[in-house]
Write a protein that binds this ligand. Structure first.
Ligand SMILES: [Zn+2]
Length: 217
C-alpha cells in the first residue's frame, strides 16, 4: 500500500512538474514592448546597416511611414518662380488656384523669406506617399507617379539658390538616392524631365552641374 502510494505520488509529482514547466512564465513584469501586439506598435522604418550613418543625421520626418512607402525611381527639382513662399503658402495656392488636393511637391526648401533659409519642409504628399502634382499635372505622368518633387523657394531666372538651400537640397537628394538607389542620371530639373511640358523651371540660373557634383554618382 505504501509502495503504491509512493508510486502514485511520484507520478503526480512528475506530471505536475511537467505541467508547471510547460506553463508560460508569468509576463506581468515584462516590458510593454515585448507584450504589446505587433500591430499597435508605431511603424518606424529601421534603417539597414549601410544606411545607418545617413539615417542618423537626417530628420525623422524625412522617413515615410513604412506601411505606405513607395519605390521612388527619380528626383525632380523645381523652383517656385516666386521671390518668397513656403509649403503652407504653396499649399493654399495649389488648392485654391489649381484645385489640387494640396501642394504639388513632396518637399519645399526655404530661402529665408517665409521659412528659414535652407529649411526642408515635408509636405502631406510625402507623409502620405501620394502621387505628386509637380510635373505635367496629369494623373498618368510618370514623374508624378515615380519621382520625388522638391521645390526650392526662389525665382532662379532672376536670382540663384542660397548656399544653405543648395546644401539642404544636396543632403535631401543624397538621402533619397541611397534609400531608393537613385543614380545621378535620374535626377532631373523640371525642364529636363522626360515627357514634361516645356518649362524653364527650375530657372535659367539653377546650377545643375554644381548640384550634380554635390550628390552621389
Ligand atoms: Zn517645376
Amino acid at each position: 500500500m505504501f509502495k503504491k502510494s509512493l508510486v502514485v505520488c511520484t507520478f503526480l509529482f512528475i506530471v505536475s512538474g511537467c505541467v508547471y514547466r510547460d506553463e508560460p512564465a508569468p509576463r506581468i513584469a515584462d516590458s510593454p514592448v515585448s507584450s504589446e501586439p505587433k500591430l499597435t506598435k508605431p511603424r518606424i522604418v529601421e534603417p539597414s546597416p549601410t544606411r545607418r550613418r545617413v539615417a542618423a543625421s537626417v530628420p525623422r520626418d524625412w522617413f515615410p511611414p513604412a506601411n505606405l512607402e513607395k519605390k521612388w525611381k527619380a528626383i525632380v527639382v523645381h523652383h517656385s518662380a516666386t521671390g518668397n513662399g513656403n509649403a503652407a503658402i504653396f499649399d493654399k495656392w495649389h488648392r485654391e488656384g489649381n484645385h489640387w488636393d494640396g501642394v504639388g511637391y513632396d518637399f519645399v526648401i526655404g530661402n529665408g523669406t517665409d521659412s528659414a533659409d535652407g529649411l526642408v519642409e515635408v509636405t502631406f504628399r510625402w507623409r502620405e506617399q501620394k502621387t505628386g502634382a509637380h510635373c505635367g499635372g496629369t494623373p498618368g505622368n510618370w514623374a508624378n507617379e515615380d519621382a520625388v518633387g522638391i521645390c526650392l523657394v526662389g525665382d532662379y531666372n532672376n536670382t540663384i539658390p542660397t548656399a544653405r538651400q543648395m546644401q539642404s537640397l544636396a543632403k535631401l537628394t543624397r538621402f533619397l538616392q541611397r534609400r531608393y538607389r537613385i543614380p545621378a542620371s535620374r535626377i532631373y530639373g523640371h525642364n529636363t524631365t522626360p515627357g514634361a511640358r516645356t518649362t524653364d523651371c527650375p530657372g535659367r540660373n539653377f546650377p545643375m552641374a554644381r548640384f550634380k557634383s554635390m550628390v552621389d554618382g
